[in-house]
Design a protein around this ligand. Structure first.
Ligand code: FES
Length: 83
């Protein structure tokens, strides 16, 4: 199972993270039952990286910067394809 963690901390949320919640519907049918999408409190990147590239998302623990739904789907495909 591939796990997607969407940062729900304030900074990520206001910098576009709120829109990432369309991901579950946007997932291609063949990926839907292979992916778990959950929210997370601040992942810490916003404090540790300059410049800040929010919103941050983790896919199986790998960080995606300036995440968008399409970027996340690409990374999920890589993850699933690589196993
Ligand atoms: S609010 Fe997302 S990493 Fe801090």
């Amino acid at each position: 199972m591939t796990t997607v963690k969407i940062c729900s901390g304030t900074l990520c949320y206001v910098m576009g993270g709120s829109e990432l919640w369309t991901l579950p519907e946007a997932l291609p049918a063949e990926l839907k039952d292979r992916v778990t999408v959950k929210g997370s409190p601040c992942l810490g990147y916003c404090n540790n990286e300059k410049p800040v590239k929010a919103p941050y998302v983790e896919v199986n623990g790998k960080v995606i910067r300036e995440a968008s739904v399409s970027k996340i789907i690409e990374v999920i495909k890589d993850e699933i394809g690589g196993k």
